[in-house]
Design a protein. Structure first.
Length: 421
């Protein structure tokens, strides 16, 4: 039986672990915290998964929360001026591509227990480069899915594919419950349960998603993406979640006052339901050569780390895991050498991650002409809005029209003509 070692018990490491157990591999997963520690830690993320990602988890029998996590059924987006005034509104439905957002503390702690029950070997250990040497020598294949962990620095930054030299946003996130937030139709002007987006020109963005956590059940996440040094960049001095919530109220009052009443009576779901900070989006070279000659491969955020503005990091990890599991199986008894690792990553990059990264980086900039063309049409033609939002499920579908105004016009024409017919 071929032996595969994975470092990191997050979206990429755990999911790949399950996919490989399913295919009959002997899988050891090293991760730095026990299920109890994960459950009782601060939230690491507010990740929303679109249907294609959820579907892969369902296929592996892992969406234990299907019936309790509220679905995000579509997006309601206001594009605002720096004074908060709405310039353009776009509202689109995801249809069957609707998704769910689940507290990663809830998910990963449960998945870690499940991993052991399905025959995986779980080792609680913070892995160092020296440990990697020993692990790789004892395994047919070793993959590092350590997210944003500092061990990532072992993999060289790809200067050509990494678009940023400083963090593009300063982040803050909260899980909130409150009388004006929950339910099927929390926003009166939206006829479905929305992912609520506000884009404020020159200031930043903030998002609220239907969410589920083990501490309170249904709730909503709030993610603030402040342009560094701008008028929304007020969160970083907060000492706890309560201070973060007060700043959040002030920011919403300043830039989306019509949304402020949603925060009436709102409170944190628990004392750990918040995060703040920033990070540098980075694409890394996938093959790591250890001093002793062993090889390890970067996957998930360790390989492709994007800003959360487009909600793609965990979705990208799922797409990557699905592809990796196929390629590992297709390799049969042959060696997982550097050429194989390079080829697997290059193919995934060219077929998927390049689009995810390109779309994410585009959202961090003022919308270009092709996007404005489509958003303008989407604001008056629901089928165009639906088509635009549904591309979030697989950002490859934003290309090539997102880069070319005549193709963007064709994208609009196709949907409006189809609708008229
Ligand atoms: C605020 C915020 C909002 C987000 N929203 C979305 C969203 O809406 N949709 C979406 O798709 N994505 C979103 N993301 C991104 C998403 O959370 C990540 O892309 C995803 O979790 C990456 O999975 P991963 O397995 O690569 O890393 P992680 O899930 O971070 O897992 C890494 C694991 O490795 C462990 N580890 C680290 N170092 C070591 C070590 N040396 N030894 C052992 N273990 C180690 C860590 O403890 C962790 O358990 C968001 C991120 C943030 C910060």
């Amino acid at each position: 039986m071929r032996k595969i070692s994975l470092i990191g018990g997050g979206q990429a490491g755990l999911l790949l672990g399950f996919a490989l157990l399913d295919k009959g591999y002997a899988v050891t997963l090293y991760t730095d915290r026990s299920p109890e520690q994960v459950l009782n830690s601060r939230i690491p993320s507010t990740a929303f998964l679109f249907n294609s990602s959820l579907q892969f988890e369902r296929e592996l029998g892992l969406n234990f929360w299907e019936d309790v996590v509220p679905y995000g059924e579509g997006m309601h987006v206001d594009f605002r001026g720096p004074d908060g005034r709405i310039g353009l509104t776009v509202q689109g439905r995801l249809g069957e591509l609707k998704g769910q957002a689940l507290d990663q503390r809830t998910k990963f702690s449960r998945w870690m227990r499940e991993f052991s029950q399905r025959g995986g070997k779980l080792v609680i250990q913070s892995v160092s480069v020296a440990d990697l040497e020993r692990i790789a020598a004892d395994s047919d294949l070793t993959m590092v899915a350590a997210g944003k962990g500092p061990i990532n620095a072992f993999f060289e930054r790809d200067e050509v594919r990494s678009a940023h030299s400083t963090p593009p946003r300063h982040l803050a996130a909260l899980l909130l419950t409150g009388p004006q937030l929950m339910g099927d139709r929390p926003w009166a002007r939206v006829p479905f349960r929305p992912l609520r987006f506000n884009f404020v020109a020159g200031v930043g963005e903030f998002f609220s998603l239907p969410f589920y956590t083990h501490t309170r059940g249904e709730c909503r996440s709030f993610l603030f993406e402040a342009i560094p040094g701008g008028p929304m960049d007020r969160f970083q001095a907060a000492r706890d979640g309560h201070e973060l919530l007060e700043i959040a109220r002030a920011v919403v009052a300043d830039f989306a006052p019509d949304d402020l009443h949603h925060l009436d009576g709102a409170e944190l779901t628990d004392e750990d339901a918040w995060l703040k900070g920033s990070f540098l989006p980075t694409v890394r070279k996938p093959v790591g050569r250890l001093p002793g000659g062993g090889l390890v491969m970067a996957i998930g955020d360790t390989a492709v780390l994007n800003d959360p503005i487009a909600g793609q990091g965990a979705n990208n990890a799922v797409r990557m895991v699905r592809y990796l599991a196929e390629r590992i199986q297709a390799q049969g008894q042959r060696a997982f050498d550097a050429d194989w690792m390079q080829d697997v990553f290059e193919t995934f990059w060219n077929e998927s991650a390049v689009f995810t990264t390109g779309f994410t980086n585009a959202l961090l900039l003022p919308p270009g002409e092709p996007v404005m063309e489509v958003l303008g049409a989407a604001s008056v033609h629901p089928p165009v809005a639906d088509a635009f939002m549904r591309c979030f499920d697989n950002p490859r579908n934003y290309f090539p029209w997102i880069t070319d105004v005549s193709l963007a016009r064709a994208f609009v024409a196709e949907r409006t003509v189809r609708d008229a017919a």
